[in-house]
Design a protein around this ligand. Structure first.
Ligand code: SF4
Length: 411
């Protein structure tokens, strides 16, 4: 176990700040349901970021040297620390109590080696659950290359586990994160996936299921100058192969040290928000990478959500008649999401749908009217075949209002 603890000269808030700084680059979502319920693209508007869970890092004394990371070994000017599991557990429970519905996220730099660090995390989890009787949500990080036995222990104590895939292409590890590789990341990911499957339906003595909120991962966007097609191709493969609950997309930020291999600018956050939209469209709406990011358009546009961009590339499939279109076809109409596609299917069992009736059941016609007919009637004017349609169906106004989007060219 660690014998170095947080510097005793620090007061409580300084300690918490240190622990939070060490976890700042990780994305952690709240309890499993909140995010998936944001499935409706018409309401999701791509969240600015997943709901913020208090995040704490057990150690920032990392032996790895990932170029993008503020905890990397090569960076001199940080106050290094490693917390003891007891100290960490007490602070984590305290942090979790500040918003009990969100829970807490535990991560760490790699202190000494992956197994040593994972032991610290497991021991922290044990103290939280057994000594401090914390029963709320915990998302715990699994270190690259961690021993499967430690993954087993972590899974019975935490609700969600994650290993960060970090880069959208394995070629990047040898340049940007030299101590990481495909094997030490995918092996624990595979182990978590297998254990979740093998332990399905089992409960431990405390009545807990193994990683009941499943597995997630996180990818840095833009560090390798990759396009969105590459990112979403990997994302789709990870969902399929490891049955991930979520892939998180984190915009690349230029590190303090200059490295020639990095792009010249930060990744704008609008890009990751578009990726979140594409992600939901692939996981919940039946879109494929080829639909959203064909070779001819390998990046998501700034001014359109990915579904609207797809619709503009497939105008031959519109307008669709809402009284007869099947559910999957309705889901492809810009402006109609899961909720309203279901409402349409229900309502038309009783009535022939008109534009007026659509309004009454809550369907917004602002964008959808250009892509539908109601009992043969079309109210989109002449816009469907016109270049003027693009600005009309752009969601930039809504996004700017909601999230203060940057200009497309801003870094
Ligand atoms: S392993 Fe890499 S990304 Fe993780 S804390 Fe260490 S330097 Fe940072």
């Amino acid at each position: 176990m660690a014998n170095l603890i947080l510097p005793p000269s620090l007061d409580g808030s300084d300690k918490i700040r240190l622990l939070r700084d060490a976890a700042a680059d990780d994305i952690a979502d709240a309890n499993e349901l909140t995010h998936d319920e944001l499935a409706d693209l018409e309401t999701i508007r791509a969240p600015k970021s997943p709901p913020t869970v208090p995040k704490l890092g057990i150690s920032n004394d990392c032996i790895f040297n990932c170029s993008y990371c503020s905890c990397r070994a090569g960076l001199e000017c940080r106050q290094r620390y490693t917390a003891t599991p007891r100290e960490m557990a007490e602070m984590a429970v305290q942090a979790a109590k500040s918003n009990p519905t969100l829970g807490v996220f535990l991560t760490s730099g790699i202190c000494k080696n992956a197994d040593y660090t994972e032991e610290l995390i497991v021991e922290t989890l044990r103290i939280m659950r057994r000594d401090l009787r914390y029963t709320g949500y915990i998302h715990a990080k699994i270190m690259p290359g961690a021993d499967p036995d430690l993954i087993e222990q972590a899974g019975w104590l935490a609700d969600r586990l994650s290993v960060n895939i970090e880069l959208p292409h394995s070629d990047g590890y040898s340049v940007i994160a030299k101590q990481k590789n495909k094997t030490n990341i995918l092996t624990p990911m595979e182990a978590i996936s297998r254990k979740i499957r093998d332990h399905t339906g089992e409960f431990n003595a405390s009545g807990r299921r193994f990683a009941r909120s499943g597995q997630t991962t996180q990818m840095i966007v833009g560090a390798m100058k990759e396009n969105d097609r590459t990112t979403m191709t990997l994302s789709g493969a990870l969902y399929r192969k490891y049955r991930l609950r979520r892939v998180y997309y984190s915009p690349f930020h230029l590190p303090r040290t200059h490295f020639d291999f990095f792009p010249e600018k930060n990744t704008p956050s609008w890009r990751t928000r578009r990726l979140y939209q594409a992600d939901r469209l692939m996981q919940l709406y039946g879109f494929t990478v080829e639909d959203l990011l064909p070779e001819s358009a390998p990046n998501l546009p700034y001014d359109l959500d990915p579904k609207a961009a797809w619709a503009l590339r497939h105008l031959d499939q519109f307008p669709v008649e809402v009284n007869t279109a099947d559910y999957e076809t309705l889901l492809r109409v810009p402006g109609i999401g899961v909720t309203y596609a279901k409402r349409i299917i229900q309502a038309r069992r009783l009535h022939t749908l008109t534009h007026e009736l659509l309004r009454k059941i809550g369907v917004s016609l602002k964008r959808s009217r250009y892509f539908i007919t109601c009992n043969g009637k079309y109210t989109g004017g002449r816009l469907l075949d016109s270049p003027s349609l693009r600005p009309v169906i752009s969601d930039i106004g809504a996004q700017t209002k909601l999230f203060g989007w940057e200009d497309a060219n801003a870094s």
